[in-house]
Design a protein around this ligand. Structure first.
Ligand code: CO
Length: 134
């Protein structure tokens, strides 16, 4: 059911420093910061030949990244995103198998303008999983 790894998201305490590290030290193709108010994050996408890295920084007081950075002050991997062809079919199949879909269970529009859902990390070996319909 799942397809390509779309991105790995890393929460960072200093967005400029992380972007500079990927650009200058690692020589990666680093995009411009984008505010995503619906998701409570500012995002920078880093395009690699086979996937993307998404740097996440809190936006607003209710940001879901805030608590993560309090527990992981140096930053850390926050989620991984797999591509699916049909997000509603994927959701229904996972829910029938007992996996918990976060939020209302309805897809939101993600940072790439495509529908996304998040799955409970406790149901996926401690890893927050995002599904993106491509
Ligand atoms: Co993501």
């Amino acid at each position: 059911m799942i397809g390509r790894l779309n991105h790995v998201a890393i929460a960072v305490p200093d967005l400029d420093a992380a972007a500079a590290q990927y650009r200058d030290m690692l020589g990666a193709d680093v995009g411009a910061p984008q505010d995503e108010p619906d998701h409570g994050v500012t995002v920078i996408f880093i395009t690699l030949p086979n996937t993307k890295i998404e740097l996440l920084y809190p936006l607003g007081d209710a940001s879901p990244i805030k608590g993560f950075l309090e527990k992981n002050p140096a930053g850390g991997i926050h989620h991984i995103c797999y591509e699916v062809d049909d997000i509603l079919a994927a959701r229904d199949r996972l829910a029938a198998a007992g996996a918990r879909v976060l939020g209302t269970g309805e897809p939101k529009i993600g940072a790439h303008g495509k529908p996304v859902l998040f799955l409970h990390p406790k149901d996926f070996t401690g890893t927050l999983v995002e599904l993106e319909q491509v």
